[in-house]
Write a protein that binds this ligand. Structure first.
Ligand SMILES: [Zn+2]
Length: 244
């Protein structure tokens, strides 16, 4: 029992967030406890724009700071590379299928949210604009993704159970064994050829739930040149997380 008490009080002493001062400058950190973790680990959270340090139980803050100090170069580089967040507001530019569209507020408009020329026009009250743009982009994502997925699934004679749109941060798409496909709505921000590749990739998983040679043969059959899309995602994918 005394041991349990001391453990609990240690865990409570850990602040949730803090700016950890290192000789090179301070780094924003969010501390996380994970009883199942085997060792201390670091990752960058692009949304909170900080480092998440996971500590196994009974490992103290000091060891987390030591690991952070060891990797401070990498951490600071990654944090610096995170461009500022882009909130949906009038005058802000948002890519739609890779082309910049400026958000315009038209309070007197009667049509909801629509696309016109290089703009996304939003009617109604200013207070609802951000949410309505987000809803619009999700709907556009479904409108772009669903027909592509159905057409490719038909080519390889597979059936899609359903298509789900998510706001996943670490993957662009996924395929469940029951034939459900999930995609990040943010793909609608990327150029069309990128969308084509991610859809082809997940549809190919309807036939092969792995990344083996047969899987890639199917991908190449329904998306003949996936390399530019893979390169685009590696270079620009993270940037899509800035919006909204
Ligand atoms: Zn895959």
């Amino acid at each position: 029992m005394p041991f349990r008490w001391s453990f609990l009080s240690t865990a409570r002493a850990l602040p949730e967030r803090e700016d950890v001062a290192l000789p090179v400058g301070s780094v924003p950190v969010r501390w996380k406890r994970n009883a199942r973790a085997r060792r201390v680990s670091l990752r960058i959270c692009p949304v909170e724009r900080l480092v998440v340090i996971t500590l196994p139980s009974r490992i103290g803050r000091r060891q987390g700071v030591a690991l952070l100090a060891e990797h401070h170069g990498w951490v600071r580089e990654k944090l610096a590379a995170l461009a500022p967040k882009v909130a949906f507001a009038p005058g802000v530019e948002v890519p739609l299928l890779g082309e910049m569209h400026v958000i315009r507020h038209v309070p007197e408009g009667r049509r909801g949210v629509w696309r016109e020329g290089g703009a996304i026009l939003v009617s109604g009250e200013r207070a609802h604009l951000s949410r309505r743009v987000a809803d619009f982009l999700r709907a556009e994502a479904r409108r772009e993704i669903a027909p592509r997925a159905q057409a490719l699934a038909a080519r390889i004679e597979r059936r899609i159970k359903r298509i789900i749109l998510k706001d996943t941060r670490s993957r662009w798409g996924s395929c469940a064994p029951d034939g459900s496909l999930a995609f990040s709505w943010r793909l609608v921000l990327a150029p069309s050829f990128v969308l084509d590749y991610v859809v082809a990739h997940e549809v190919a998983h309807l036939a092969e739930l792995n990344h083996g040679a047969r899987f890639w043969r199917i991908v190449h059959m329904i998306c003949p040149d996936p390399e530019p899309a893979k390169r685009w995602l590696a270079r620009n994918g993270q940037g899509l997380l800035r919006y909204g």
